[in-house]
Design a binder for this molecule. Structure first.
Ligand code: ZN
Length: 489
């Protein structure tokens, strides 16, 4: 079977065969969170998307170095070059040290990502821990002539860069169009052009987070940290750079310009972007009043939610859409995800108990191949899920005696669940199984009480147990091997 992985490269706008620069090593950099608020659904999607990439590359045998940064300095309000630092502002409002804010929200980010079964990256560098590397990169860009100093700040010279390289090639923007719509903005007099961006900003007196540099006491521009840290940990050229689509411009465009200006080389081979999550068809945002944090999802404490949803339901919900498609949140969609996950989990449980038949099941042959085909085609997770549901259908049908599953089919089905459902999609039935285990234990107790009653010819009690269970749609079936219970749908 063809085991070659194709990925959609945002830069070339087509699917390309994944060939790492130094096999068996694969390097991946993903823009992580700016840690100034509680993680929400918008954080979960890129984390789960690139967790899938990470898991699948490892499954294919690559030695993956996955770097995901923590932005703890330099990200100003409205993603602009002016305004307050997002973390500095939160620190001022809460009367805390900026690093207390950073620690608090980084810890919470980790806790919720763990619950979503997102694997931790290989390296998780912080911007504030790499000020020296960022200053060195600015020096290089200045030496190459693609930046200028203005009043203690350093700006990237986009016009100069565009004479040699193409600025805007990732996002499809053309500099000429940007020049014609160029308008002077307040507080941007230091820049030669409004589309130039800050590499270093001189700190205003009220600015808390500041470091010495050759140009002024100040702080690095937001885009610079990713160029500096990806170069440090993955080299001047590496395989995959990922992030949410909203980061394509200006963030990733500026990253390309910085890295290319300082080394003269194209740094990233494959650019991958996940699409956004909408809530009832609307963009999610604090100002729109439709902002739901992960904690609220897990506890149900938000007016937009009908109930609490388990972390695995959220993971299932995100993976049932292809990462490049939009994904709309609604209670209906999450309930459907919950049901889907339950169906898989019940089928998996049934599989463990099922008695193998003599005959093999012919429809199983292609399922494993189909799963690989789906993943190799730009990580088509919904197609993998469709294959898992086909497994569930076969298991249920075999359990009803309508299809056969022999001993080796059972092994294949268990392997499909282990590899695709648990290892690669990162789904888990644990919480669900715990609960059903408890319920089953209670039912075994009820069944044994009924048996005792019948042995003692206490038919009033034994009938009462059966009738009461009937009322709550639990059916008992006496067989030669004992009494079985099931829920009537
Ligand atoms: Zn970044």
């Amino acid at each position: 079977m063809n085991m070659e992985l194709s990925l959609y490269n945002t830069l070339s706008r087509k699917k390309e065969l994944f060939v790492p620069l130094n096999p068996p090593f694969a390097g991946m950099y993903v823009c992580g969170p700016t840690v100034y608020g509680d993680p929400h659904l918008g954080h979960a999607r890129p984390a789960i998307t690139f967790d899938l990439v990470f898991r699948y590359l490892k499954h294919l045998g690559y030695k993956v170095r996955y770097v995901r940064n923590i932005t703890d300095v330099g990200h100003l309000e409205n993603d602009a070059d002016e305004g307050e630092d997002k973390i500095g502002k939160k620190a001022r409002l809460e009367q805390l040290e900026p690093m207390e804010i950073v620690q608090y929200y980084t810890d919470r980010y980790h806790r919720f990502m763990d619950q979503l079964n997102v694997l931790r990256p290989s390296i998780e560098p912080r911007a504030s821990g790499h000020i020296i590397e960022q200053i060195e990169m600015i020096k290089k860009i200045l030496e190459e002539g693609y930046a200028y100093i203005s009043n203690g700040s350093v700006y990237f010279d986009v016009t100069k860069y565009n004479e040699k390289y193409a600025y805007g090639k990732l996002s499809g923007r053309i500099l000429d169009d940007m020049i014609s719509s160029n308008r002077e903005l307040d507080g941007q007099e230091e820049k030669h052009n409004s589309f130039d961006f800050a590499l270093w900003k001189k700190a205003q007196p009220e600015h808390i987070m500041r470091w010495p540099s050759p140009w002024s006491e100040g702080f690095p521009g937001w885009h610079l940290e990713c160029s500096a840290m990806s170069t440090k940990y993955l080299g001047e050229q590496f395989d995959i750079h990922g992030g949410g689509m909203d980061l394509m411009f200006p963030h990733h465009e500026c990253e390309i310009a910085q890295s290319t200006a300082s080394t003269g080389k194209e740094s990233v081979k494959y650019w991958l972007h996940n699409n956004m999550i909408t809530i009832n068809g609307q963009k999610m945002g604090k100002s729109l009043g439709n902002f739901i944090t992960l904690e609220e999802f897990f506890t149900g404490s938000n007016a937009l939610l009908d109930k609490a949803y388990a972390p695995m339901t959220i993971r299932f919900f995100i993976l049932q859409a292809h990462y490049r498609g939009t994904l709309d949140f609604s209670n209906e969609a999450l309930l459907a995800a919950e049901k889907g996950l339950k169906r898989l989990s019940q089928a998996y449980e049934t599989l463990q108990k099922i008695q193998p038949t003599e005959n093999a099941n012919s429809s199983l042959v292609e399922i494993k191949d189909n799963c690989y085909k789906a993943l190799n085609d730009d990580l088509n997770s919904p197609m993998v899920m469709a294959q898992l549901f086909e497994c569930a259908r076969i298991i249920n049908s075999a359990n009803d005696g309508k299809e056969s599953i022999n001993e080796s089919d059972k092994l294949i089905l268990n392997e499909i669940f282990q590899v695709f459902c648990f290892d690669i999609l990162g789904l888990s039935f644990e919480a669900d199984n715990n609960q059903s285990e408890i319920i089953d234990n209670i039912m075994q107790l009820v069944i044994s009480l009924r048996k005792d009653a019948r042995t003692n010819k206490d038919f009033v009690t034994s009938d009462k147990i059966r009738n009461e269970l009937d009322k709550i749609k639990i059916q008992l079936k006496d067989t030669r091997d004992g009494t079985e219970w099931s829920v009537v749908e």
